[in-house]
Design a protein around this ligand. Structure first.
Ligand SMILES: [Zn+2]
Length: 381
């Protein structure tokens, strides 16, 4: 496995983050910056409120959503990926008596279990769904461009398009609230070096321009400015709603299996075959990044996993079965219409970062908006 570590190896003594994150910093006690920051954020509202205060905050949020959507067909937009967090949120919003419009982005990589989960949720909970099916030729070209760029950011086009679709649909239907399944319990730790540039339109279009087939990208990309307009001018609110409840992932899965015929695909992000390949093969093999470290560390600081158990789980191979890995890579190459040799050649290309491409990091306005966005995320988390 290739790693990008230039300094001596060290692992945090509280979580399981280690020096495979090039930006990791340790304090004198051996605690890393990620878990120390996450612990501070976990104390902030709404997550850090007492159960009683949290219940009151949730009640207030529900009333605001209901009031903004009064006399409308829908009062909130919810993303539906078929995964645990978004599926459980769909179940909750119906329990709360809200009128959600489900939004799904079909980027061509849904796993059969993910698709079945979405179908079951919409049918059993009686939720209308808006599906944004991407033009496969255009999206394929963008994904291949990111693979060839050799930065660890292969998933940001999908993340960007999902966010853009949620805002666009909310605006079209006159809906003021986007209720998201993102949550601090499982996502408080996400190293920047492992994935960045989600709202950096300059970076995304530069990568496409260099490696895509056409000169111009035909897929709308949401910029940091575009998002600021949705939030500040159009007043569409994005709320990480699971932070308002006592969210226990395993308990949530049990509920959903019982009431929504929800199928477990056994691992995080198993709803998308591409995400699985990126997180369980490309990132660890090419960059030395094992995203389970960030995920398990988030659960450790949220008291939902012990460090001992996390270290044990990290010893398990990412792909349990080599046949499955071969099957997934063959599937990827077939879909991308490239040979396995070509894919292996891309895997061997030197690793790069966002800094090797034109990006918005030198723009003062972008930096200010980015700081505001982080502050906003912290407040909402
Ligand atoms: Zn740590």
């Amino acid at each position: 496995m290739k790693t990008m570590v230039n300094k001596e190896y060290q692992i945090c003594i509280r979580c399981v983050m280690d020096t495979t994150d090039p930006d990791l910093v340790f304090d004198v006690n051996g605690y890393c910056n990620h878990c120390s920051n996450a612990i501070t954020r976990l104390k902030q509202p709404p997550y850090g409120l007492s159960p009683k205060e949290k219940e009151a905050a949730l009640k207030q949020l529900i009333e605001k959503v209901k009031s903004a959507g009064k006399a409308k067909q829908y009062d909130c937009v919810i993303g539906l990926s078929g995964g645990v967090d978004s599926s459980y949120l769909a179940y909750l919003v119906k329990q709360w008596g809200l009128k959600p419009l489900g939004v799904h982005v079909d980027n061509g990589w849904n796993s059969p279990e993910g698709t079945k989960n979405i179908e079951n949720i919409c049918k059993i909970l009686d939720i209308d769904i808006f599906t944004n099916t991407l033009n496969w030729e255009d999206f394929k070209d963008l994904q291949i461009a990111f693979l060839k760029a050799s930065t660890p950011d292969s998933e940001i086009p999908t993340d960007n398009i999902i966010m853009g679709t949620l805002y666009r649909v909310a605006e079209e239907y006159g809906i003021k609230y986007i209720l998201s399944g993102c949550n601090i319990t499982s996502e408080s730790i996400l190293p920047k070096a492992w994935s960045q540039g989600h709202l950096d339109k300059k970076y995304i279009t530069a990568v496409y321009k260099k490696y895509g087939k056409n000169n111009k990208l035909n897929i709308p990309i949401l910029s940091m400015y575009g998002k600021a307009i949705y939030r500040k001018i159009k007043r569409i609110y994005y709320v990480n709603t699971l932070n308002y409840v006592q969210y226990d992932k395993e308990q949530a899965k049990d509920y959903m299996k019982q009431y929504l015929n929800w199928q477990d695909y056994g691992r995080k992000h198993g709803e998308s075959i591409y995400t699985r390949i990126v997180q369980e093969y490309i990132l660890p093999q090419k960059f030395g990044y094992d995203k389970r470290r960030a995920h398990y560390s988030s659960l450790i600081v949220a008291d939902q996993l012990s460090r001992h158990e996390a270290l044990k789980m990290l010893k398990q191979p990412l792909y349990f079965d080599h046949t499955n890995l071969e099957k997934d890579i063959t599937h990827l190459c077939d879909k991308f219409e490239i040979s396995i040799a070509e894919f292996e050649q891309i895997m061997q290309k030197p690793c790069k970062t966002i800094q090797n491409f034109p990006n918005s990091s030198s723009s003062i306005i972008f930096r200010l908006l980015s700081m505001g966005y982080k502050f906003f995320r912290r407040k909402k988390n």
